[in-house]
Ligand binder design. Structure first.
Ligand SMILES: NC(=O)c1ccc[n+]([C@@H]2O[C@H](COP(=O)([O-])OP(=O)(O)OC[C@H]3O[C@@H](n4cnc5c(N)ncnc54)[C@H](OP(=O)(O)O)[C@@H]3O)[C@@H](O)[C@H]2O)c1
Length: 223
């Protein structure tokens, strides 16, 4: 599981590369003190800040048919669900004072069709989707819009980047997603996984079983 050491290194890397208009602040989304400190620093340094992208996530495998390691379950919930809730909460007052603002949540297509071998991860993404719906409703008369990206399997290091042909290359994913985001859609899903997003009510269990049997027969590769 990623820890503070690589995070500090990537923060240093962004700073060292002097990427135009890009600055890095180190945040541990699982820690309330870190969220408060970073939110206060951001508001002070960037008073026109009007976009929050809740992107951090971890995806350890689990086994819901057996005892689940509590530390791992807690880390998944803290990172994927409480992290975005706390981060939004720390910035929402500031965002509402901006003429236009956006909160963007990164969920997953697994919010709609859970991957059985990542039961807690899938549950956190379903919960984040539900939270985004409620938040959008509650903010509908303010200047803050809430958008959700529900990515498919993208070939990143979330599990193990290895060029698996079933995973979408990051470049293609970014290209399609940025196009959709520009359309102001509330929810952005790439074309290839719309059937998973539209996983129908009455047919849900058969669809879910078929999806999981397929991935059990040909699992996601790990490092
Ligand atoms: N790749 C996919 O197939 C896929 C599919 C659906 C949804 N998603 C979602 O997309 C988002 C980005 O994932 P990715 O695919 O780009 O994977 P990734 O390369 O592993 O990126 C995950 C990011 O989350 C950060 N992070 C993890 N724990 C954190 C913490 N406690 N505090 C602050 N940052 C933390 C990581 O920072 P460090 O490197 O510093 O730890 C890293 O930047 C996640 O929410 C993931 O669930 C991905």
């Amino acid at each position: 599981m990623p820890g503070p050491a690589p995070r500090a290194a990537s923060t240093r890397q962004v700073r060292a590369q002097h990427v135009l208009f890009m600055q890095a602040v180190e945040l541990d989304i699982t820690r309330v003190d870190s969220i408060r400190r970073v939110a206060a620093e951001l508001i002070e340094r960037f008073p026109a800040l009007n976009v929050l992208v809740n992107n951090a996530g971890i995806m350890p495998f689990d086994d819901a048919s057996a005892a689940i390691d509590d530390t791992v379950a807690q880390a998944i919930i803290d990172t994927n669900l409480l992290g975005p809730v706390r981060m939004t909460s720390a910035l929402i007052g500031h965002l509402k004072r901006q003429p236009r603002a956006v909160v963007l949540h990164n969920t997953s297509v697994l919010a709609y069709v859970p991957l059985a071998g990542n039961a807690v991860y899938s549950a956190t993404k379903a919960a984040l989707h539900a939270y985004a719906l409620s938040q959008r409703f509650m903010l509908r008369k303010t200047s803050v819009r809430v958008q959700e990206i529900a990515p498919p399997w993208v070939d990143t290091d979330l599990i193990h980047q290895n060029g698996d042909p079933r995973a979408m290359p990051p470049r293609d994913f970014i290209e399609q997603t940025m196009r959709e985001l520009a359309s102001d859609r509330e929810e952005v899903t790439v074309e290839a996984v719309r059937p998973l997003r539209d996983n129908p009510g009455a047919g849900k269990h058969a669809f879910f079983n078929a999806f999981n049997e397929q991935l059990e027969a040909d699992p996601i590769p790990v490092a």
